[in-house]
Design a protein. Structure first.
Length: 586
């Protein structure tokens, strides 16, 4: 019972958060009530007109009132539908924008728990359910309940034998309405395509969340997502306009079907059982019961759907966001980055990945992290980026804990080049300037590309720097992706440069080109590298050997070869591997 109450509370919280326009909802409810009044009054007016016709004394005033009620009711119903749609699309855009902003503020650890597809589903499907319940379904519940109560009160006094005639009426009306809905196919397809595009953007952003956060591009991705959300909103409003045009035609189709039923039921009138006016009123009132029943059933189903959706969204909203990103990191004094007695275990996992390690990274030097896979090298890099916080110990920069620095300002000091250089589905220029807070001139972008050795192949592309790159940069070679990532680093100009297997999986010629660009990039920075290539390791000023999450050796290459058996074996294996590769290439 308490869980049910809690789910309703969560749903109510989201409904308040959505805050659909009170003016639009009030106007929609008023139009809906006008439509209900017309629907309830129409059978009575019809009964009067039909009895007058049967008596041979039709009253023009009664006929005029009947037509006026019919037209006003149809127009009010159409306006109500459009106003509800407008309020609903505005509300879902607001909720989606808020949820995307929240997801981008969550720490990396949050994305380790749930799949990217689930996160995207929260933004697309679940938000739609909440807004639909808050607008369309709520007003439908009100009008449906009033219409049902009024119709049932009259039907209790009328003959129920003509219920089968009502079924025929519903089938005839459906035959008219169903073909009309096909006109909305184009807009529906457009909405689905735009929604799929938004899903693709978000799926890629969340799968590359480390890149987004490392380059403090949360605001950029939030704005890019909001543009697609607004496109979806625009298509929805156009569909609402089409609905407003179709609604009067649906009402006329229903009226025509009712006339057919009236003709069919004249036999009972001929027998004297009821008057023709009573027959007409009866059929119309029974018909009025069908729509409210559908509305109430739909509301119950949508309520359950919205409850489930609200629970999933509330879980995300309750997650703890990353630290505030305002402020600046104090000016560098010595620029020494230090791990002091640092331990770490991933959230939800009891086993520690790092055990009380001590590391020192000095400016103007290159420090290598080596060791077998799974021994904590990548974890060290993640802790430097503050994707996670240490379980114990402290990470210091110039003697101050990095956790005390504003997050965005700290990450702006760091450049990260990974093994598979991250490429976003955008132009070459956008990829090089990714995450930059200020505008970068064409000269700055060209200079960065030149330093990275990327300018020559970029200029050979069909549209140069405006060439669009597909997701993950699959229309580039591995070396080209790496050089674009290096150009991004030259433009970013970080104090701390992290190279995570940056030259792995490249052929010798490409590796030589990338290494030359990296050598230029590393000048004067605090360089932290993870690599297996001997050439890279041997040139490091300091090498830390990680074994089982502990530092089992530290020193220069020659020192470790002489004193550390595990490192010596690693060097021997890499030497043999390099020799075999050279023989194969020869």
């Amino acid at each position: 019972m308490s869980e049910t109450v809690s789910s309703y509370r969560g749903l109510w919280r989201l409904l308040r958060m959505v805050r659909p326009s009170g003016l639009l909802l009030g106007a929609a409810a008023a139009m809906a009530l006008v439509s209900v009044g017309g629907t309830l009054g129409f059978p009575i007016l019809t009964q009067r007109v039909v009895n007058q016709l049967a008596a041979g004394a039709p009253d023009p005033t009664s006929i005029a009132m009947l037509v006026a009620v019919l037209v006003v009711s149809a127009v009010a119903s159409a306006l109500s539908s459009y106003l509800l749609a407008r309020a609903g699309h505005t509300a879902v855009a607001s909720l989606r924008g808020a949820l995307v902003g929240k997801l981008l503020r969550l720490p990396v650890a949050s994305f380790d728990r749930d799949s990217t597809g689930e996160r995207v589903s929260r933004v697309l499907s679940d938000c739609e359910s909440i807004s639909d319940l808050a607008t369309h379904q709520t007003v439908n519940l009100l009008t449906g309940a009033l219409l049902l109560a009024g119709s049932v009160a009259v039907l209790l006094y009328l003959d129920v034998r003509l219920a089968l005639a009502l079924i025929g009426c519903i089938a005839g009306a459906g035959a008219v309405v169903i073909p009309l809905t096909g006109m909305m196919e184009g807009l529906s397809r457009g909405t689905q395509d735009r929604t799929a595009k938004l899903g693709g953007i978000l799926t890629h952003v969340f799968s590359e969340i480390r890149l987004v956060k490392a380059f403090t591009a949360e605001a950029h991705e939030r704005d890019r997502s909001r543009r697609e959300i607004e496109h979806i909103k625009g298509l929805g409003l156009r569909m609402a306009l089409l609905n407003m045009a179709i609604a009067p035609l649906m009402s006329l189709a229903m009226t025509a079907a009712i006339v057919v039923i009236l003709v069919y039921g004249t036999s009972r009138v001929s027998s004297g059982a009821i008057s023709i006016g009573t027959l007409t009123a009866f059929i119309l009132y029974i018909f009025n019961v069908a729509a409210p029943l559908v509305q109430l059933t739909t509301f119950a189903a949508e309520l359950q759907k919205a409850k489930g959706a609200s629970g999933r969204i509330i879980d995300i909203l309750r997650e703890r966001s990353e630290a505030p990103t305002r402020g600046k990191v104090p000016r560098r004094i010595h620029g020494i980055l230090q791990f002091r007695n640092v331990s770490f275990a991933y959230p939800g996992r009891p086993t520690k990945v790092l055990h009380e390690i001590d590391l020192v990274f000095r400016p103007g030097t290159t420090t290598a992290l080596v060791g077998a896979s799974g021994n904590g090298k990548t974890t060290v890099l993640s802790l430097i980026e503050r994707f996670y916080e240490p379980s114990g110990g402290a990470i210091l920069y110039d003697g101050q804990p990095i956790a005390s620095f504003p997050l965005a300002a700290w990450r702006s000091k760091i450049g990260y080049v990974a093994q598979g250089a991250s490429i976003m589905p955008a132009s070459v220029r956008d990829n090089i300037t990714y995450g930059m807070r200020s505008d970068c001139s064409d000269e700055m972008v060209r200079a960065a590309a030149q330093k990275a050795g990327a300018l020559s192949f970029i200029e050979r592309m069909p549209e140069g720097f405006d060439t669009l790159l597909i997701e993950q940069g699959y229309n580039l070679s591995g070396g080209q992706r790496q050089r674009i990532a290096i150009a991004r680093m030259f433009l970013r100009d970080p104090e701390i440069l992290i190279l995570d297997e940056a030259t792995s999986n490249l052929d010798s010629e490409t590796e030589h080109q990338v290494t030359a660009a990296l050598t230029s990039l590393m000048q004067g920075r605090t360089n932290i590298i993870v690599a297996h290539r001997l050439a890279t390791i041997m040139q490091a000023d300091c090498i830390y050997f990680l074994d089982g999450g502990r530092i089992s050796g530290a020193g220069r290459h020659d020192e470790l070869v002489a004193t550390h058996p595990a490192y010596a074996r690693l060097v021997e294996r890499e030497f043999l591997k390099s020799k075999e590769e050279a023989l194969l290439e020869a």
